[in-house]
Design a protein around this ligand. Structure first.
Ligand code: KIV
Length: 263
């Protein structure tokens, strides 16, 4: 997948599939799958480092994870998330962050919200860097939003989110993540935009979907309403570990076939 395929897929009514990924070995698995594109999301602060919010992700942390994912899935279109505050301290600092994310091997960046970001987005796009927008539940504003809550439930909120999406399209974004909002709002936004929308907790009418890899593989206890689990990953891994423990304790492993011979 290349940047223009996002637009093409929306025009051809073909759904875009994305997952998050933060490391080399799962990137290799995704690289061999039919997933269209990968987001190295700042959600890694929660999923990989156990923090309660995404706020502790930094550009240097993102850079390391992007490098690993690029090595594992060199054939995929990879979006690198701009972490908290990395695009809120003026143009020069923003561009320094963009430079690090792109030099790490990302093909595009993603940043949250339209408010106060439109000129920056325009500049980043003019610098040759594709930008993905993100509206609705924007986790970097978690304390202003009062928690991880569905957004756009009132007419006023819904209109505000829709206007943000339109502004992001005008500023030059190539796609927009719609996170945690009623399906009708996501549908209205998707139909009002030329560029594709990628939904998470936003119903079936978006141009594509994204899920956090560990959530969809059942690697944790996170079970929001919108999530469908495609594997009971944690159970399977625990079972494998317990089988290994059993084999070692009973000397069932290693066997002759696992041993090196003297020539
Ligand atoms: O950081 C992230 O993983 C995200 C997705 C949930 C869209 O922003």
């Amino acid at each position: 997948m290349k940047i223009h395929d996002f637009q093409r897929m929306k025009s051809e009514n073909r759904k875009i599939t994305m997952v998050t990924c933060y490391d080399y070995w799962s990137a290799q698995i995704i690289g061999n799958s039919r997933i269209d594109s990968i987001l190295v999301g700042d959600s890694l602060a929660m999923v990989m480092y156990g923090h309660e919010t995404t706020l502790s992700a930094t550009v240097n942390i993102m850079k390391k994870h992007i490098e690993a994912v690029v090595k594992g899935a060199p054939n995929k279109f990879i979006v690198g998330d701009m972490p908290f505050c990395s695009y809120r301290k003026g143009l020069v600092e923003t561009m320094n962050s963009v430079e690090k994310i792109m030099r790490a091997g990302a093909h595009a960046i993603k940043l949250e919200s339209a408010e106060g970001n439109l000129e920056l987005i325009h500049h980043i796009v003019q610098s040759g860097v594709p930008v993905m927008g993100h509206v609705g539940l924007t986790p970097q504003s978690i304390h202003a939003l009062g928690g991880f809550k569905v957004q756009g439930k009132t007419d006023y909120q819904a209109e505000k989110i829709k206007q943000q999406a339109l502004q992001l399209e005008n500023a030059g974004c190539f796609a927009i993540v719609l996170e945690c909002m009623p399906p009708d709002l996501a549908s209205d936004i998707t139909n009002s935009l030329r560029i594709p929308t990628i939904g998470i907790g936003a119903g079936p009418y978006t141009s594509g979907q994204i899920l956090v890899l560990q959530d969809m593989l059942g690697m944790n206890s996170f079970t929001p309403k919108y999530l469908k689990r495609y594997l009971n990953g944690a159970d399977l891994i625990q079972c494998a570990l317990d089988n290994y423990v059993h084999d070692v304790k009973t000397s069932a492993y290693p066997q002759v076939e696992h041993c090196y011979e003297i020539n």
